[in-house]
Write a new protein. Sequence first.
Length: 763
Amino acid sequence: MATKKAENQNFSKYIKWFWKLFFGGIAFVVLLFLFASWGFFGEMPSFEKLENPDSNVATEIISSDGVVLGKFYAENRVPVKFDDLSPHLVNALVSTEDERFYDHSGIDARGTLRAIVKLGQDGGASTITQQLAKNLFHGSDGAKNIIERIGQKIKEWVIAVRLERQYTKKEIMAMYLNQVDFVNNAIGINSAARTYFNKDQKDLNVEESAVIVGMLTNPSRFNPNRFLERSTTRRNVVLGQLVRNEIINEKEFDSLKKLPLTLDFKPESHKEGSATYFREYLRDYMKKWVENHKKEDGSKYDIYRDGLKIYVTIDSKMQKYAEEAVEQHLTILQDKFFEKAKRNKNAPFLKISKDETDRIIMRAMKASERWRVMKKEEGKSEEEIIKSFDVKRKMKVFTWKGEKDTIMTPKDSIRYYKHFLQTGMMAMEPQTGHVKVWVGGINYKYFQYDHVGQGARQVGSTFKPFVYATAIEQLGLSPCDTIIDGPFTMPKGRWGISADWSPTNSDGKYKGMVTLSQGLANSLNPVSAKIMDRVGPKAVIDMARDLGVTSEIPEQPAIALGAVDITVEQMVGAFSTYANKGVYIKPTFVTRIEDKNGIVLEQVIPESKDVMNQDVAYAIIKLLEGVTQSGTGQRLRWGGVSGLTQYDYKFSNPIAGKTGTSQNNSDGWFMGVVPNLATGIWVGNDDRAAHFSQTLYGQGACMALPIWGLFMDKCYKDKDLDISKEAFDRPKELSIRVDCNKKVIDSTATLEDKNIDDEFGSF
């Protein structure tokens, strides 16, 4: 009996110890969770932080036709709401990462036990909510130390429960997919879809969604761009989970797993993609914008982290057509340039001394990234840096056929790049001021100087319409008035010139009596000089200023022939005024800016002003039409490019245009205007000492005009763009004679039949 009693007492003691241990264990676990929530294992997120978890959200640049042209970002993340998620992604995520996602409250009992067994490893046991908690508040990498990892795991559980109370299941899933780093600079699901498949995430199909979801376990290990076979295997595992959860059937699975994993890998970069030069110009604009637009708390907006949406005027299709036209023509023209350069020992430079060449090369060396790094970061002496430019090394260089691996010295690479013809091209709607196209160069990765808004170049004869407009407005002339194209000398002292000035035509010939229309169409220099002599340089400069030209213009008669540097942006704004009936609208490239919640921060209203009578503007349009009908721009009618190729375009619609060529063929221009689109194009080398030796190739009609033709041909074929082929609007009761082939009935009404030289006198 005593023995039995003792046994009962011992059993009772064990029972008591069991319950003490049981409840003590529960109390210990409860205390662990309390300690974690009190911050004993590290700072816990506050209610406010759970409500607004920190994340760097990229600023998007959105075109006028709704296409994302690019982003500004510290992390390339653009959040997606659950309702916008691809259902294939949702199904794959739940089936693979958390089958009981909709049933638990942040912690899955089975997953928790598995996590205890595999302490120190994730092992795929965490719920989606726990993974979100880890990514949001202490990073995706778990601690290596087992004690620290236990603390992290407990924090994850606590935060996961709080997240489940704070957000719906749908919100949690969207937040998770928006937080994941999919490597290759792709943060979040939308960036991943664009990077690996070049499409929006909502357009991903089943197998593509499986690839993306398959990366979640370990994005680096299952990176499809580096480990295609491994990623394919992982994709098929995800597809198998879809079968297990009855999302797809066995037949579909058998078909899908046999498909090759095909990527359209397009890593997003500030230096690549569409409208790169425009995006950099916009970045500078936004840096100034944030200085003048503050948040409610007085802090500045961060264009790299605050998720702004910048709605711009660029049309993505027109931008694409412009970039294609540039590549199509300059590929051919560049081949011709290299061909001609073979005969030049100092290529690509012409008619300069060795000292001048050395100065150009040295200037380029000092402006290079190599020089900056070696000087500021490595502390090298100037002598050491210069020597490094003569050491051969492997490098990739730009060609129009793609990047090329080669071996050369950095100094040789500078001379190589000086061969390349550059371009600046901009198109805008005259009636709105909206910039539709901005091509600042041929390849931003290799050539980062913007030739639209940044670089001013000599405009040549494209300046002459400013001279004609001044004369028509101030002297009451018309395109049909006549003038003698013959030898002309402006004497020393006239308009402050220091020596006699006798401009001649490029071919050295004269046409005799011509109309003003013929004078501009054939870009006759003596005619422009005579008109300049009548109105004076200051009046022409004032006209250019009214038309939006802000570049410095010397008050000299030689500006009549275009001896002045102006940007493409300013020239397009000026020529648009003619098509807009004399109303100047400053080129505008932003329509509105929103914050990440869609609240409009600024609505941009274009600046405009009346600068000339609509009759004068129309008269200039008719003068410019003559250029493309019978003058230097008439090859638009038959698509020819002398000495190069024959293009398909053959325009028959009204086109107001003007070619321009600077001295030594360093700059080739074409300004082309139709009623609802004005476009300006410049082509030339970065250094003016590098250029074609022959005007046959170096003139604006050969260098720049064909780009306009190719671009407009593409635009006209795209009916959605609705680019006009109609005639320009003619003002009612037009007071200026523009139809030069018609006889004048009332010769006393205007100056139309006057010989301008009779009034000007003979020089």
